[in-house]
Design a protein around this ligand. Structure first.
Ligand code: SAM
Length: 231
């Protein structure tokens, strides 16, 4: 059975899409998406030999070798321009996902939708999306198996109006998530708030250098944003 997290990622893939799932590991997501009738085919990309072999085996086991191709390589290098219309990247840190998008920029031209699921550091991705004219059309935050996950869904185009209003807060917590403020969102940001406050408290004594002071200021600003968002 597919995790709730990947099930939610799958739901955001446009119907009938040709998909590239990057960092696919067991290729569970593309196999599931195909069997559910969400996609017409997929490329599963993997950089590491072990997970690449797992993906190959899973696709064979599910008899999907004619519709899901497993390719070995770094990030978007495994796809040709125009080959897919949706890309999923799930289960990695936000900085790694951002790097994969940045390094593979030229492959994104014909891609209509990105579905990204960072485990941490979603703000790195939101920043990248804004800078490269991708607009967030949906965001999800959920708890699965005791961990909190975020999913960012983006399409090419200018950012939504709501994304512009409070850009700084929006990038940090997610403009769409901040409107909904569900339980997972509150849990995450209450936790982040307590954690950040603790760090700043410790810095009161130790941050004597200019750099330290600047870092502290940045965190204090983050605290202000989170408090405002949660209020
Ligand atoms: N996407 C699956 C999920 O969400 O359950 C697997 C996540 S797994 C934690 C991350 C996978 O990404 C690993 O199998 C790793 O080898 C792969 N990976 C990391 N960096 C990559 C890159 N630059 N290009 C392709 N795959 C990469």
């Amino acid at each position: 059975k597919l995790s709730k997290r990947l099930e939610e990622v799958a739901k955001s893939i446009p119907k009938g899409a040709m998909l590239a799932d990057i960092g696919s590991d067991h290729a569970y997501l593309p196999c599931y998406a195909y069997l559910q009738g969400y996609i017409k085919g997929a490329i599963a990309g993997e950089i590491t030999e072990g997970p690449f072999q797992s993906a190959v085996k899973q696709v064979e086991k599910t008899n999907l070798t004619d519709v899901i191709e497993v390719r070995k390589g770094d990030g978007l290098s495994v796809i040709k321009p125009g080959e897919v219309d949706c890309i999923t990247i799930a289960g990695m840190g936000g900085t790694l996902i951002q790097t994969i998008l940045e390094d593979g920029k030229e492959k994104l031209q014909g891609v209509t939708r990105l579905v990204l699921q960072p485990n941490i550091g979603a703000h790195h991705i939101r920043q990248w999306l804004i800078e490269h004219k991708w607009s967030l059309i949906d965001e999800k935050i959920m708890e699965d198996d005791g961990r909190i996950y975020e999913i960012l869904v983006a399409e090419q185009g200018e950012p939504l109006e709501s994304y512009d209003e409070k850009v700084e807060a929006g990038i940090l917590v997610g403009p769409i998530l901040a409107k909904e403020k569900n339980d997972a969102f509150k849990k995450k940001w209450n936790h982040e708030l307590a954690h950040t406050k603790k760090i700043v408290e410790q810095m009161e004594k130790s941050a004597t250098t200019k750099e330290g002071q600047e870092k502290k200021k940045k965190l204090e600003n983050e605290i202000r944003i989170i408090e405002e968002v949660l209020s």
